[in-house]
Design a protein around this ligand. Structure first.
Ligand code: NAP
Length: 302
């Protein structure tokens, strides 16, 4: 079967692209390496997506999916993409669930949380170290947790963790946060949150589970310890683009123009996986719509 469009990734960008290509009556398939939804599934609360004053990430993802289903988008879960080959104008998308042929591909494969690289991080993952407060926060009821990072993920998830934990200590490598000002204000006003500035985590230690983190002040080089039951790490994102043989920046984010065209004709990129000044649900959705319309125009010109 030859599809018009294969969409790689089932987050907000991919699902929006799916809605638009189906409304353009194109034959489309969305591939997802696990299940549909993307990173927002692990976001507790979304309060900056217009039209929804407050909605959980999982509920919003479900709405996107239902919306795509309404227009009959075909979706294939458990299909991890390993490469995109080309024979003439046809793209062959290679996956763990087989090969899929299409006239165009839209890469909306998102990002994965970056590892901190501290001693003990891997060893204690699942035993106190976590990258997902929504998934694991429950286990830290009335406990002390450390959150590492100063971006929106660290700050919003730290606020979420105050619902369960008795104390949340944010360790940040600078003395200023990167997060949106409104998120910063909420964190500063939260009595359960305290900050350790200018500090990096050198080691996460314990016997069977996490018991402490050893931190270094980057200005004074002073080493100190924080006793804690858990460490939540939010130090940025790595693009899921290793399979894509298109132009990328030095960090692996895909370079695409304002029509979402990549360096390879017929391959488009949308959402967090591309070089973009803002990685939000609202921007991913916009990218997905543009990529869909661009792929429709490209097919018309074939
Ligand atoms: P991010 O914005 O890249 O922030 C990563 C944070 O981790 C930065 O504060 C950075 O410090 C710190 N960091 C990086 N490497 C580190 C290391 N090795 N050791 C210690 N700290 C380190 O990543 P993010 O917070 O995951 O957000 C990703 C994107 O999603 C952003 O565009 C963000 O706005 C968006 N987002 C938005 C919301 C929202 O509510 N609006 C929620 C979640 C995510 P420096 O500041 O010193 O660089």
């Amino acid at each position: 079967m030859l599809y018009d469009v294969v969409i790689i990734g089932g987050g907000p960008a991919g699902l929006t692209a799916g809605i638009y290509v189906k409304r353009a009556m194109l034959k489309a398939l969305l591939l997802e390496r696990t299940g549909v939804g993307g990173q927002i599934i692990i976001t507790d609360l979304v309060e900056n997506y217009p039209g929804f004053l407050e909605i959980s990430g999982a509920d919003l993802a479900r709405k996107f999916e239902e919306h795509a289903q309404k227009f009959g988008l075909e979706m294939q879960s458990m299909a991890e993409v390993s490469g995109i080959e080309e024979i003439g104008n046809i793209k062959i998308v290679k996956t763990t669930a087989g090969d899929f042929e299409a006239k165009t591909a839209i890469i909306a494969s998102g990002t994965t949380p970056k590892k901190l690289g501290a001693k003990g991080e891997i060893e204690f993952t699942g035993r106190g170290v976590s990258y997902c407060a929504t998934c694991d926060g429950f286990f830290f009821r009335d406990k002390v947790v450390v959150v590492v990072g100063g971006g929106d993920s660290a700050i919003t998830e730290a606020i979420y963790l105050t619902k369960m934990a008795k104390k949340v200590i944010i360790v940040h490598r600078r003395d200023k946060l990167r997060a949106e000002k409104i998120n910063q204000e909420h964190a500063f006003a939260n009595p359960k949150i305290s900050f350790v500035w200018d500090s990096i985590v050198e080691e996460i230690a314990g016997k069977n589970t996490v018991e402490k983190v050893i931190i270094k002040n980057v200005k004074t080089n002073a080493i100190s310890e924080i006793n804690t039951d858990g460490v939540f790490i939010y130090v940025g994102l790595i693009p899921n683009t290793a399979f894509a043989n298109v132009k990328k920046d030095e960090r692996g984010f895909i370079v695409a123009n304002d029509r979402m065209e990549t360096s390879v004709r017929g391959i488009f990129a949308a959402g967090d996986c591309r070089v973009t000044p803002l990685r939000q649900i609202a921007t991913a959705v916009g990218d997905g719509a543009i990529a869909a319309v661009s792929s429709e125009k490209y097919i018309e010109g074939l």
